[in-house]
Design a protein around this ligand. Structure first.
Ligand code: UDP
Length: 247
């Protein structure tokens, strides 16, 4: 499976097309893309950045394990397979420019904005939608804004919200059984070639808050945001727990 050209470079990933030859595995190169996880880490809209060797390898492993679990649970995703240490093969989708944040435990903005107390377990999961737009700093939006921006239809917003909550129902116990609390996280969805809405992007400690179930020790990118050190040790701990020690 050979890389074609660089289609998109984000803060933590590069997306490539595939060489326009029928892959030996029979994957149509027009319908698939190759995603490479980078070692860069960033926070606060790219204001704080660093390089962390092996972060890409860890995130590729972690995201692949979680997507494999979700596929086994009949969730439609863009994930096809992990290709090598830093790359995965995915279905080509048209990304809906929405960041779907799901919150199970209070942290971050819920404290500042609504006065909740850090660490409170929410009675009902909270879903928030943000407009994926760097120049506007990803503002929070609702279905009325989305309709006017014409980035998704009403039905699509409903579908995305329903899918996010279904995924949450699977992921909360999944992490719990592995002694991890899924505090909050961000999902992205895309439209495949048949206009089906499927889960896309990654699920990794870059996009999730994950705490140790007993001690509430932070194991995710908040270690970087808050200058706590031992960032990749946290990521490795997450990988260890979800892979059952087999990597
Ligand atoms: N998140 C992300 N990418 C973003 C924004 C948020 O992965 O561009 C994740 C983040 O890692 C966290 C959750 O979504 O797990 C909530 O993030 P947010 O920035 O909204 O948190 P808060 O404002 O509460 O600190």
């Amino acid at each position: 499976m050979d890389k074609g050209y660089l289609l998109h470079e984000g803060k933590a990933k590069r997306v490539y097309t595939l060489e326009d030859t029928e892959g030996e595995d029979g994957f149509d190169p027009k319908e698939h893309l190759l995603v490479e996880f980078k070692d860069s880490i960033s926070a606060f809209d790219g204001v704080k950045v660093d390089e962390m060797p092996e972060k890409g390898v860890l995130n590729n492993k972690i995201s692949s394990i979680i997507y494999t679990f979700l596929e086994e649970q009949d969730v439609s995703t863009h994930f096809v397979k992990k290709l090598n240490s830093k790359e995965m093969l995915v279905k080509r989708v048209d990304i809906i420019p929405l960041e779907v944040v799901i919150r199970n435990i209070v942290s971050g903005s819920l404290i500042k904005r609504l006065g909740f107390k850090e660490g409170t377990i929410l009675k009902y999961p909270v879903v928030e939608l943000y407009y994926k737009n760097d120049s506007l700093s990803d503002p929070m939006i609702n279905e009325y804004h989305i309709k006017n921006l014409e980035i998704a239809t009403e039905e699509e917003v409903e579908a995305v919200t329903k899918k996010a909550l279904e995924i949450n129902e699977l992921l909360v116990p999944y992490f719990n059984e592995r002694d991890l609390l899924l505090v909050d996280y961000k999902l992205e969805f895309g439209r495949d070639s048949d206009e089906n809405i499927i889960l896309a992007d990654e699920i990794s400690p870059d996009s999730c808050r994950l705490w140790d179930r007993e001690t509430y020790k932070i194991l995710d990118k908040d270690r970087f945001r808050k200058d706590m050190g031992e960032v990749l040790e946290g990521y490795s701990e997450i990988l260890q727990r979800i892979s059952g020690g087999e990597q």
